[in-house]
Design a protein around this ligand. Structure first.
Ligand code: SF4
Length: 321
């Protein structure tokens, strides 16, 4: 892999649980519990797991929208969590976040052109008189029309609103985009259009994506490498092709088995997981997945499996592998 644009090492984010009259810390929610990943220029890393696995907190902690508990995040070799706030602010345009629901981050009374251009104004990146042209250019890149610039958010469909969300990120000419469930609120046909847009923009603008999704089928066609998270920890990472061809962790196998396939004879046997993801404030002992794993043995309840390379840069945390 080329020199990483983003490198995350043993990242942890614990949220304190406060209780009592004195508001004492009585425990921690270990939302992110030692995540490492690397992302090269022009590459896409897919971060996958159920709701509650800590994926979104990884994204927000990487961008320092929330402070880390431990670990290291480097963007182009710069340790983001050690930067003074004024230096971090200068770097912000290069690292953008796209949300699942762009509508919630758009002011309904502000026209779309203004909403897209305001970050340019805030960061003083473009003279005021050039902002409209930059916004028009980015609208067109995102498959919207010039007349959309003067419309209000409620006049757009879900897919168009996500295009606006992408345009808002893109107008700052970022190098890294963290896309947090950017298509999960959309119909399947619109999802495909938005994923194609992400792909096209990556080709034309040399963007790197950290693409967060609960759905492996969404990241399948976009990512070079995929990491599967469970309860704050990475349980498996591999190249996209390797992960789909040879999934090793029982949790990854369960996620893959849930993907619908068009040809029935290619269908994997569906693995149904018992129950819900446990409470991260009180995670199970040993392998955190043992309460739901169909292959759990006594050792799984006692010992945390090492996250190790099983060959070909394929990492997995499971006693059976
Ligand atoms: Fe299942 Fe045990 Fe492997 Fe955990 S370590 S995934 S419980 S077999």
């Amino acid at each position: 892999m080329s020199e990483p644009l983003l490198s995350v090492h043993d990242l942890k984010k614990y949220f304190p649980i406060k209780s009592g009259l004195l508001n004492r810390t009585v425990g921690h929610v270990k939302a992110v519990d030692g995540i490492s990943l690397e992302l090269g220029p022009g590459e896409t890393f897919g971060l996958v797991g159920e709701s509650g696995s800590g994926k979104s907190t990884v994204g927000r902690t990487i961008l320092r929208l929330t402070e880390k508990t431990a670990g290291e995040v480097k963007f182009k070799g710069i340790d983001l969590h050690k930067l003074p706030s004024d230096e971090l602010r200068k770097l912000r345009p290069k690292m953008q976040l796209i949300f699942q629901d762009p509508y919630s981050s758009l002011n309904p009374r502000v026209r779309v052109g203004e909403a897209i251009g305001e970050a340019l104004l805030d960061h003083g990146l473009v003279p005021k008189e050039e902002i409209r042209d930059r916004v028009l250019e980015v609208l067109e890149s995102c498959g919207l029309s010039s007349y959309h610039i003067d419309r209000f958010p409620h006049e757009f469909s879900g897919g168009q609103r996500q295009r606006i969300g992408i345009a808002r990120a893109l107008v700052l000419k970022p190098e890294l985009i963290i896309a947090d469930e950017p298509v999960s609120a959309l119909d399947v046909s619109i999802q495909a259009q938005i994923i194609n847009l992400f792909r096209k923009l990556q080709e034309t603008r040399d963007l790197s994506y950290l693409f967060i999704s609960h759905d492996l089928s969404v990241v399948e066609h976009l990512c070079n490498r995929i990491g599967v998270m469970y309860l704050g920890s990475m349980v498996e990472t591999a190249s996209r092709d390797e992960l789909f061809r040879n999934p090793l962790h029982p949790y990854t196998k369960a996620l893959l088995s849930a993907i619908p396939v068009p040809i029935p004879k290619l269908k994997r046997e569906r693995i149904l997981l018992k129950g819900d993801i446990p409470n991260p404030a009180n995670p199970p002992s040993g392998c955190k997945f043992h309460t739901r794993c169909p292959y759990a043995t006594a050792v799984c309840k006692e010992q945390v499996p090492a996250f190790r390379d099983v060959g070909g840069n394929h990492f997995v945390a499971c006693h059976l592998v």
